[in-house]
Ligand binder design. Structure first.
Ligand code: FE2
Length: 565
């Protein structure tokens, strides 16, 4: 049998996690918050719980690893690597193991290039802040990948400022001191500033994006020019906020009243600004490096509205965004980095995406159901698809846990809550009884792969719910539950090859409804990580208004368990 090579990647910071690369291909990935149930799992410790779970799932011993890669955030990773190696070796009782530090933006770059199918690509990385470079932090980075060669061509730096959302002097112009006003910050940090101004935490930029569709930009963002200078543009802590401050003064309102009144317009302003900046910067890079393919990573590229506009306007032939574009994808880059060092160049393939987490056996599911004293039925796949489609068509809400959990923060029908995409009242029902979240946030659709362009004006295929496209006019009224106020939807398209069960469920739903489109939202309630285990799924099922639960081939109907609830 040919020798098999495995490397482990670890990320420490927020969104800790672990990944395993096997023979150059991403083989397994899990975010620690799926297990510890603390959203974003922000701790400075190695996530051993996740590492153990992945090694166990893959049937691997730590001694079978060729190497380990580790990434961190806001540090010079090489300064921490020896200490982390000692901790790792002590935990596993190892004398030694090849152990490499992988810097933050390089880890993002490796995570997206080696999960793409491209032979050559421009890699653009943008997040709140990456690793330390001297007394500054990485803001945006550009790499060129040509076959097995990857080299960094440009980097812009973020001047370190106290980074606490509870400190209003970081996002309120009136309270900023002169020194902080002039500091250079990343594009993603600009988005976070507005997110903080709106009263959300820096992990809640998605709320700002959802809210932005209800407003209009308050400033002409075209007055900011990013063309013709690569990454040597300036974006300061005060930019945009100084103009917002002028508008606030003219309004005669206090800051809280002004923000309350202009909430959606403030969100729309920063959204328009980021779209404008990204389109100009990336189009410029395309012209400079003359490459057809673009790979994106970093938390900024969880912004599915900006992503689709970038694809629309920046004119690359193909764009790939790794599903874990935020720091939950760091461990993937670290695993690829270790592979590069210890085993040679990884393969470039998207084939293993996105179902890379844990799956759960029938016996463990049965045990969990019995622990909760629930009545259940066991169904074959086709019958399960038919029953779920019928329940969905009746307006019932279905929780589903099947197969390996998905990589990244979007539920892609392996840990999802599904509902009828046609019912205009479904959004309110889910907000009030299932998800308990803000009324302004949209719900996303899942559609059969072959029908994605029929229903949505997508500029390229959308497998990972990272692109928000316009719902075609003929279907906007019909798909009322998933069409946002600006007529967009954040699309997941799924093929029969990638998931035959979900594909057949969509086809069964189409037989009843005329559309192979379901509403798909993450299987969690507001503020909690997505469920990972049958126990998590049953707990959420019982504590919310989900009507039916499908755990692999086990079906639980709340209506048939009223005597036990
Ligand atoms: Fe990052």
């Amino acid at each position: 049998m040919p020798q098999e090579y495995y490397t482990l990647g670890i990320h420490i910071g927020h969104d800790r996690g672990a990944s395993i690369v096997k023979n150059g291909v991403l083989f397994a990935h899990l975010a620690q918050d799926r297990l510890d149930r603390i959203k974003h799992s922000e701790f400075p410790d190695i996530p051993f719980e996740t590492i153990d779970a992945l090694l166990n799932y893959c049937g691997l011993k730590v001694t079978e690893l060729a190497a380990v890669g580790v990434s961190y955030v806001n540090v010079e990773v090489d300064r921490f690597t020896p200490e982390l190696k000692d901790i790792f070796c002590a935990y596993y009782n190892l004398q030694n193991i090849d152990f490499f530090g992988v810097s933050h933006h390089l880890a993002h770059a490796l995570s997206t290039y080696y999960t793409s199918d491209f032979d050559r690509a421009l890699l653009f990385i943008a997040d709140g802040a990456g690793d330390a470079v001297g007394d500054k932090l990485e803001a945006e980075s550009v790499f060129v990948a040509d076959g097995e060669e990857i080299y960094e061509v440009e980097k812009r730096l973020h001047e370190v400022i106290l980074d606490l959302p509870s400190r209003p002097f970081l996002y309120n112009y009136a309270l900023m001191n002169e020194t902080d006003r002039k500091k250079e910050i990343s594009i993603a940090k600009k988005y976070e500033q507005f997110t903080n101004l709106l009263g959300f935490s820096h992990f809640q930029c998605g709320k700002t994006m959802g809210l932005s569709s209800y407003g209009r930009p308050m400033i002409d963002v075209r007055s900011y020019d990013f063309r013709g200078r690569g990454l040597s543009y300036s974006l300061r802590c005060q930019d945009l906020l100084d103009k917002i401050h002028d508008l606030k003064l003219a309004s005669g309102l206090s800051y809280p009243d002004f923000v309350r009144r202009e909430r959606a317009n403030l969100a729309s302003t920063v959204q328009a600004f980021v779209e404008h900046a990204l389109i100009q910067i990336v189009a410029d890079l395309r012209d400079r490096f003359n490459l057809e393919n673009l790979c994106l990573a970093g938390g900024l590229f969880l912004n599915c509205v900006a992503n689709h506009k970038l694809i629309e306007h920046a004119l690359f032939k193909r764009v790939h965004i790794v599903p874990a574009a935020g720091d939950d994808g760091q461990s993937t880059g670290a695993a690829f980095g270790a592979y590069l060092q210890a085993c040679g160049p990884p393969k470039r393939t998207s084939s293993s995406l996105p179902f890379l987490g844990l799956s759960h056996s029938s016996s463990s599911i049965r045990r969990s159901l019995e622990n909760f004293n629930l009545k259940y039925r066991e169904l074959e796949d086709l019958e399960m698809a038919q029953v779920l489609a019928m329940e969905l068509g009746r307006g019932r809400v279905v929780g589903i846990l099947r197969g390996r959990s998905e990589m990244g923060p979007r539920a892609l029908c392996h840990r999802s809550i599904l509902a009828d995409s046609r019912r205009p009242d479904m959004k309110q029902h889910l907000n009030a009884h299932v998800k308990f979240r803000e009324v302004f946030r949209p719900y996303a659709p899942v559609v059969t792969w072959e029908d994605q362009h029929k229903y949505f004006d997508l500029k390229q295929d959308s497998p990972f719910m990272l692109l928000a496209a316009t719902v075609r006019p003929a279907y906007r009224d019909l798909l009322g539950a998933i069409t946002h106020v600006d007529n967009t939807a954040r699309v997941q398209a799924i093929s029969r090859e990638k998931d035959p069960f979900v594909h057949s469920l969509l086809r069964e739903f189409e037989k009843l409804s005329g559309v192979p489109v379901l509403l798909n939202t993450s299987f969690n309630v507001a503020g909690e990580p997505i469920v990972e285990t049958p126990h998590d799924a049953i707990s959420t099922f019982l504590s919310t208004g989900i009507d039916v639960l499908a755990l692999e081939r086990f079906l639980v109907d709340k209506a048939q368990n009223t005597d036990r609830l």
